[in-house]
Every structure is written in C-alpha cells, then in structure tokens.
Design a binder for this molecule. Structure first.
Ligand SMILES: Nc1nc2c(c(=O)[nH]1)N[C@H]1C(S)=C(S)[C@@H](COP(=O)(O)O)O[C@H]1N2
Ligand SMILES: [Mo]
Length: 416
C-alpha cells in the first residue's frame, strides 16, 4: 500500500483505507478517529530494521550500531542458520545494498606489497578460481564481556556472540597468487562498504586484518554464500572475508578491498587498544599504557551448552538429563569436553565429535543423572589439543573485556 493512497491531504487515514485495514487486522480500530496524523496502526508499520530477519528470541544489545546476541539455547543447530546468528556491526549498514549494486560488486586487491593491483567482479571470482566450502567459527573477541568485574566498556555480550555457519567462496591465497606478492608482504587488511556512525565518508567503522601466515591458510575465504544462500545483508552481502578461529572482527563484511601491507595493517580498530590484551597479566581495573598491549590472534578454547536451557525442571522420577552443545579452540582442536553437576568437584567425560573441517566447532553430548531432588548447575569444560582447559571462574581480567572463556553454566531443578 503506497502511503499516499492511505492518508488524506491532512495526513489522516482515509475512510477507504480504514475499511481495508480493518480487513487486514480482522477487527475494527475502535478509536480510529483519534489516531494522530501520519500514524499507521503499529502492526502495519514497516520493519524498522529490514536487514535483520532474526529469531524473535534474539537479544538486541544496541541498535545504533546493531549488536544482537543469540541466547545459548538458540545455538543448538549443528550449523548456525542466519536467523540465529549474532550480529556485530561497528557502524551503519552500507548505504546501497540494492540488487543492482550487489550484482555489480567488485573486489580490488591492492597495497604496497602486491606486484599488480587487480579488480575482480563476482563472476570473475566464481569462474576463475576453485570454490571451497568450510564450516567456520566466528566468535566476537568481546563474547563473554558481561562476566568481567570491574565492568569494561563495550557491548555486554554474555555467551552468544559466536556462530559456526558454512561459508562458500574462493581461497584468499589463490587470489593473492593471482596478483603476486612482493617479498616484504607481512599483513593483509580489509575494507568494507559500511558507514561510520558519524556518516563521515572519510572515516571507516572498522578495517582489520591478519598476518600473511593466517591469510594464506586454506580455510581463509573470500565468500559469497553462507549456508548455501547468498550472504544475508546483516552478515556482509554480497562478499565477505571469512577467517575462522581468530576474533570475528578480522572477517570483514561488505568487502570491497583487500590491501596487502608491508607492515602490520593500521586500519580502524587495529591501532590503540582495540582487539588487544595486555602483554603481562594486570590486576582487575588496571589499564596499562598502549605499548604494553598485543593483538589478539587465535581465540581461546571454549564451549557452550545448548541444551538444556537454564530453568529446566525435571520430575523426581526422571532425574537423567541429556546435555549437548559445541566446543571450539581457535586455531586448535578440542581434545576433550567434560561436564559437572556438583560445581566442579567431579567431572564426567562427554562424547565429543570431530570437527567437520579445521576451524569448525565440535559437537558434544553427555548424560547426567542427578542424585536427588533440588537445585543444580550443569557445567561444561573443554580442553584443547595443547592441554589447555577453560577456567571454571573468570579468566584474567583485561581492560577491554576480551576473551572470556569461562565455563558456561546452566541451572536446573529436580522436583521433590
Ligand atoms: N565491514 C565490517 N566488517 C565487520 C564488522 C563491521 O562492523 N564492519 N564487524 C566485525 C566484528 S567486530 C564481528 S564480531 C563480526 C560479526 O559478524 P556477524 O555480524 O556476521 O555475526 O564481523 C566483523 N566484520
Ligand atoms: Mo567483534
């Protein structure tokens, strides 16, 4: 319905429009004559955020920029669907994501350390290079920030700033071979089409990157599909850099340029203290000077319980609960997952599946029988292939609140 035909010259709903709206609502608007000028009944208002087609239970932490987290029980799918994938934007969506713009999208590879600058259309990428599909874990470095005390600035993510979707595209290393690398290439940096919150076109909301070694891994993709579909607008349509295992901030959305650098990339949020932690452990609340920080690379070992959800009530004669979830460990594999129902006094080994491919999460499940009626917490703890386990309490505090990989806990009750 075009709004011009809905409203009369003074901006009030036309009688004819009212009749059809009544039909749509299935009930008359009792106080229609009191509806202010230019107002539509709320249920007919256009979606204020058409780029988000998310599960209703997703948690909006911020709407400028959009930051939306997934409650842990909605991470239950083996492969995260778009509707349940967290959104972390540092700026505003690209101004133009029309079909025409998406179809004419290009990727430029440039920088001090390429032999030749080249620009590729989407069709070039699909035609000229071999296509690969990988499941890749993308975890925001700030996932778990809400658990730190003292509180740190930034989105207060709890457990759900993590996803593992199936990404399809070409290997960045094949593109880099096509442009040719100079001997001094040390880092790549990405540039996306999203807009700075200030709408200042000279500013970028984020432009990060990784050292050549990570850029050249088989699983580092320039992707155009997610879960077999074109990448959704919120997740970087039509082209995205996807790098599993490292802070998801290195996986640039709405990608238009990759720069090959002869120094550590110095784009927005590569400098200062963004995505960095103190080199030496600091006491909670102590913020060392900038030169005492290092860039976060591989993310720490972690797990999530996707069933049950906190609040489960078991009957007294059904005291066995089947737990399940996922575990991941940055660049490493997860060797073991254990579960506890007695605040970590005893641990029981979970069944752990191998990853579908390197840098994908691993599924685990376990059966726990609770001894008697009462309140319990179920804990899960993963250990990586270097023998490093998740801490049962908060890990080392850091000023930006990154890398909290403390064990996830859920609370359940057994009836009397
Ligand atoms: N262009 C661009 N890429 C970006 C971001 C952004 O704001 N702009 N956010 C980054 C951060 S901090 C994270 S955690 C992931 C989030 O990916 P998702 O929104 O698809 O879950 O995208 C990364 N890539
Ligand atoms: Mo992030």
């Amino acid at each position: 319905m075009a709004s011009s035909s809905l409203f009369n010259r003074r901006g009030f709903l036309r009688q004819s429009a009212l009749a059809s709206i009544t039909g749509l609502l299935g009930a008359p608007i009792v106080y229609a004559r009191n509806l202010p000028a230019h107002y539509l009944p709320l249920v007919l208002e256009p979606d204020p955020n058409p780029l988000l087609d998310k599960d209703k239970a997703m948690i909006v932490l911020n709407d400028k920029p959009w930051n939306v987290e997934t409650p842990p029980h909605l991470l239950d799918d083996a492969v995260t669907p778009a509707s349940r994938m967290f959104v972390r934007n540092n700026g505003l969506y690209p101004a133009d994501l029309s079909e025409k713009t998406l179809a004419n999208w290009t990727l430029t590879v440039n920088g001090e350390s390429v032999k030749q600058t080249k620009t590729y259309s989407l069709a070039d990428l699909k035609k000229r290079f071999k296509t690969y599909t990988y499941q890749l874990v993308l975890e925001c470095a700030g996932n778990g920030r809400a658990g730190y005390f003292p509180k740190t600035a930034g989105n207060q993510w709890t457990e759900g700033a993590v996803s593992c979707a199936e990404w399809t595209g070409v290997r960045l290393k094949d593109l880099l071979a096509d442009v040719g690398l100079k001997a001094d290439a040390v880092y790549i940096g990405y540039y996306g089409r999203d807009q700075h919150l200030s709408l200042d076109p000279t500013k970028s909301p984020i432009s990060r990157g990784v050292p050549m070694k990570k850029a050249l891994e088989d699983e580092t993709l320039i992707a155009w599909a997610m879960n077999g579909q074109p990448i959704p607008a919120a997740h970087g349509a039509p082209l995205r850099l996807v790098i599993g295992g490292w802070p998801a901030s290195v996986s640039g959305k709405w990608l238009h340029t990759i720069a090959v650098r002869n120094k550590v990339h110095d784009g927005t949020k590569m400098t200062g203290k963004s995505y960095k932690v103190p080199i030496n452990p600091t006491a909670p609340g102590v913020d060392p000077p900038e030169d005492q920080f290092k860039i976060i690379e591989s993310m720490p070992v972690k797990s999530v319980i996707t069933f049950p959800q906190t609040g489960l009530q078991l009957p007294a004669d059904g005291r066995t609960v089947s737990l399940r979830g996922h575990a991941w460990a940055g660049d490493r594999t997860v060797r073991e997952v254990q579960v506890s129902h007695d605040f970590g006094a005893t641990w029981q080994r979970a069944d752990l599946k191998p990853a579908r491919n390197r840098l994908a999460w691993q599924h685990w499940s376990a059966k726990i029988t609770l001894p008697q009626p009462g309140y319990y917490e179920l804990w899960a703890r993963a250990t990586d292939d270097a023998g490093v386990s998740q801490p049962m309490v908060m890990p080392q505090w850091n000023p930006e609140g990154y890398c909290n990989n403390a064990c996830h806990r859920v609370a359940v009750k057994v009836g009397a």
